[in-house]
Design a protein around this ligand. Structure first.
Ligand code: GZL
Length: 362
């Protein structure tokens, strides 16, 4: 029998300085989910039954709008910036009681969290999904319970009518931007007609960010008959996993057969760089391998200025204000004009990184 305790931290609030702290009178309401795996005799191996034991329904803080935030889990520095933006925006001093749920990189936990936030009768749910699938039932339950859901960052594969709106990036366009940059760079280097071998480090399978970027990249690369994606490996947007994946790849293929690495986020590129450093493989402006990634983290700017990273396509994690606008429109009875809201994003490379690094907030 396997018991897997799962605790929510409820109604954490920010201090006046926006830092995030738990109020001492606040009893953290723990919903203990006992997932009792009955393996062997009755259920098929690997099948689990989940029994939910709920505590007291949380006491409602008068006058505050209760917002349930379902986050993916910590997988990148981008995610930290995205989370902190919400935590610093939806604070008690601005009229909110935020219930933050860490999905711990588990789509199943996220679905369960949605059900429990509906049970807690929150006023709104902000969903940052790990993957697009698996939401049909839970999102219907939220709608039937009258709890509006705003999806942010990645998307979910349900009918548009099941949720209020989505806000995030055009990942397909991000992928095309990255390859368009490569076309311009190789043209400047008089290398457009060379045979170009590309290694692609992909993000989490089934995540819109990975789906969209890969589609954009593959479509643009396939327009060049002398370009080839020689290896495509998933590293789940994680730095450590990307380092291991790249070390393994460098055991399998000669680095002289790699001209470009495209990594679907900066953290995976940083991991690949550690692997190449350990193997003595040169990359960057002075090296043999062109390095292209996504997110445009502060650390990516540092690496572009150092000449290690050629370009990072920005993916804007600061979604809280856009989500709040949707919530306030709904509160005031105003119509939500769009179903999808796209955030502004740029492309930063070794040429303009020093010009912009001072403005970066994540
Ligand atoms: C993009 C987001 C991606 C980031 C990664 O909106 O979903 O997930 O690009 C993060 O850094 O892990």
């Amino acid at each position: 029998m396997r018991i897997q305790p799962w605790f929510y931290c409820v109604s954490q609030r920010a201090g006046g300085d926006g830092s995030y702290m738990r109020k001492n009178r606040l009893a953290a309401i723990c919903l203990l989910i006992l997932s009792i795996g009955l393996f062997g005799c009755s259920a098929e191996a690997g099948e689990e039954t989940i029994e939910i034991i709920r505590g007291e329904a949380p006491r409602r803080e008068e006058g505050l709008l209760r917002i349930g935030l379902i986050q993916t889990g910590k997988e990148s520095d981008w995610r930290d910036a995205n989370t902190n933006d919400y935590l610093n925006n939806f604070v008690e001093g601005r009229g909110y009681e935020l219930i933050y749920v860490d999905g711990n990189s588990s789509p199943e936990r996220q679905v369960q969290a949605m059900r429990d936030l509906v049970w807690q009768r929150v006023d709104y749910i902000i969903l940052q999904p790990i993957v697009e699938t698996g939401w049909d039932e839970a999102i219907k339950e939220a709608k039937q319970a009258g709890v509006p859901v705003i999806v942010a960052d990645r998307q979910i594969a349900v009918d548009d009518g099941e949720y209020v709106a989505w806000i995030g990036s055009d990942f397909y366009d991000e992928g095309k931007k990255a390859v368009r940059w490569l076309e311009n760079y190789l043209e400047e280097e008089n290398r457009l007609n060379e045979e170009i071998n590309i290694v692609l480090l992909e993000g989490t399978e089934g995540a819109t960010a990975a789906i969209g970027r890969t589609e954009g990249i593959v479509e643009m690369v396939s327009a060049h008959e002398n370009w080839k994606i020689v290896e495509s490996r998933c590293a789940n947007f994680m730095q450590g996993e990307a380092q291991s994946v790249m070390e393994q790849l460098l055991e399998e293929i000669d680095s002289s057969d790699i001209d470009v690495i495209i990594s679907e986020n900066d953290n995976m590129m940083f991991g690949a760089m550690k692997a190449m450093d350990r193997k003595g493989v040169s990359y960057g402006l002075e090296g043999d391998i062109i390095t292209i990634s996504f997110d445009a983290l502060g650390e990516a700017f540092e690496k572009m200025i150092e000449g290690k990273l050629h370009v990072s396509v920005e993916c804007n994690p600061l979604l809280a204000k856009g989500v709040e606008k949707i919530i306030l429109d709904l509160q005031q009875g105003n119509p939500v004009e769009e179903k999808r809201y796209y955030v502004e994003e740029k492309v930063f490379d070794y040429k303009n990184a020093s010009e912009y690094i001072g403005e970066r907030v994540y």
